[in-house]
Design a protein around this ligand. Sequence first.
Ligand SMILES: [Cu+2]
Length: 154
Amino acid sequence: MIKELSFLTILVGISTLSWSGAWAADHEVSMLDKGPEGQPMQFDPAFLKIAPGDSVTFLASDKGHNSESIPRMIPKTAKSWTGKMNEEIKVTFDVEGIYGYKCMPHFGIGMVGLIQVGDSTENLHVPQIARLPGKAKNRMAELMAQVVAAAPAN
Ligand SMILES: [Cu+2]
């Protein structure tokens, strides 16, 4: 009887925790002078698929970078973010969809990243890619291809 009771207590405890969102994960993205394959100025990982309610901490692993959302490349009802230079910021993603972001000083040389929250690809910003500067265009197209791959096949 005591065993059964404690099992019940654990079950109730688990459902309460998940209800309060305590199980949301925090992911980490490093801001780097050199990527894992030697590419200059990178977010690592540059593409991330997370669940709604999860957060991402952008780590100032190397100096001289920031993380900020790209205007018109996040879901309409989502909140934009602008990290200061060398600032480690934690962003929580409640709205499903695709989020494009950049490092301001290295935008033109392709320091961009993409986060897919949930399975919605409604705001896939293919038209916006053409407006990105320099190498950000190609890099964002590569990342966008991973979103398509991650979408459910239905
Ligand atoms: Cu940078």
